[in-house]
Design a protein around this ligand. Structure first.
Ligand code: ZN
Length: 281
């Protein structure tokens, strides 16, 4: 089991993490990184370790930074295993707009040869287990925590969990494509697994996996409490968000932007609960 840790020195805006598992019947790759160029770099890293064919690509979700390198693996013959729900806010303006936005992030050179390759050959809506030689990978949908198509990748024998962006070590988990309630449930699922190694979607592998889970929970609970209190006092959203630093205009996933966008999302969730439109989760 290997983790490939992204590091661009820009916190969770930078290259995400990926991983791979070498088995006697082929290599399973977990996430494809953010461009064909990054995907090829990951293939080179795998080739330094093994000559086994790359048979599977498992995607933890459908954000561009985790799957825009997928075409590289598909061209090598890997089958894609992912959640079938590929909707994300960033693609609402259409695929061409998504690609254009992404070129601005990673550059045109990195995107050369790009094609969408995140449509699953094997869709996983709840749970599926891959038995590969001596290895077992349990792939499970924990709900729409970070995004509609989230999957956790769990190696029960090794007690290793690839959490995707449900856990972020160098920033905060974004919930604008998911929900705070389902994120809290996913965190409880992760605690029940008691992983000994946890690979977050971005940032370093935490020394104490459950501490990162607890920190994430306390951030979400704190934000919920603040927004609920604001709504109970009749405070409009603008005023409820006044204590937060402004979002960075050109950096939608910087820490300030993440915190503000999450706060907007949680304010709206709490407002619906207050009005009786949704029940508290
Ligand atoms: Zn993501």
């Amino acid at each position: 089991m290997y983790a490939a840790l992204g590091d661009t020195g820009r916190g969770s805006e930078g290259r995400p993490n990926a991983g791979f598992v070498v088995t006697s019947v082929g290599v399973v790759v977990i996430d494809a990184l953010a461009s064909p160029q990054q995907g090829r770099a990951l293939v080179r890293a795998i080739r330094r370790v093994t000559d086994q064919p790359i048979t599977w690509l498992v995607l933890t979700h459908h954000h561009p930074d985790h799957h825009f390198g997928a075409v590289v693996f598909r061209r090598l013959g890997a089958k894609v295993l992912a959640h079938p729900d590929r909707r994300v806010l960033a693609s609402e303006a259409g695929e061409d707009a998504l690609i254009a936005d992404w070129v601005r992030v990673v550059g045109l050179d990195a995107m050369r040869g790009f094609e969408f390759a995140n449509k699953p050959d094997v869709p996983v809506r709840s749970t599926d287990t891959l038995h590969l030689g001596e290895h077992e990978l349990v792939i499970a949908h924990p709900g729409a925590a970070h995004s509609a198509g989230d999957l956790l990748v769990w190696l029960p024998k090794e007690r290793v969990l690839f959490a995707g962006d449900i856990l972020i070590e160098d920033g905060v988990t974004m919930i604008v494509d998911g929900s705070s309630g389902e994120l809290l449930e996913a965190l409880a699922d992760i605690e029940r697994l008691r992983p000994s190694t946890l690979v977050p979607g971005h940032g370093a592998i935490p020394r104490q996996p459950l501490e990162l889970v607890a920190q994430t929970r306390s951030y979400v609970m704190g934000l919920r409490g603040e927004m609920r209190a604001a709504i109970e006092r009749g405070m409009p959203m603008g005023r409820a968000l006044r204590g937060l630093p402004p979002a960075d205009q050109t950096r939608p996933v910087s820490l300030n932007s993440r915190r503000r966008r999450n706060a907007v999302r949680v304010y709206l969730e709490e407002e619906r609960i207050y009005m009786g439109l949704d029940s508290a989760q």
